[in-house]
Ligand binder design. Structure first.
Ligand SMILES: [Zn+2]
Length: 91
């Protein structure tokens, strides 16, 4: 039987592999315009409108990731966290 530490590292490795695989799939779907974003859903006939719920623009990947007011708080939190990580790496 492998030591418990080995099992832990294997479990973490499988978790990261799944995590990165999901990120890779999401990234490819964004590149292929095959997402559940309203712009894509409208183009394929799944949605009646391409306009985001915020009403500011069409729900494209760019709008969703960079501009949508619905996710501004999450973007700010991400920016703060990245800034903190970068600052701590300097010391
Ligand atoms: Zn929006």
């Amino acid at each position: 039987m492998p030591p418990p530490q080995s099992i832990l590292y294997t479990s973490i490795g499988i978790f990261l592999l799944c995590l990165y695989r999901d990120i890779g799939i999401s990234y490819c779907r964004l590149l292929l315009h095959d997402t559940m974003l309203l712009e894509d859903a409208f183009r394929t006939g799944v949605s009646e409108t391409p306009v985001c719920e915020c009403g500011q623009d069409r729900e494209t990947a760019e709008h969703f990731l960079l501009c949508c007011s619905k996710y501004q708080e999450a973007r700010d939190e991400l920016k703060d966290t990245v800034s903190q990580v970068l600052e701590s790496a300097k010391h």
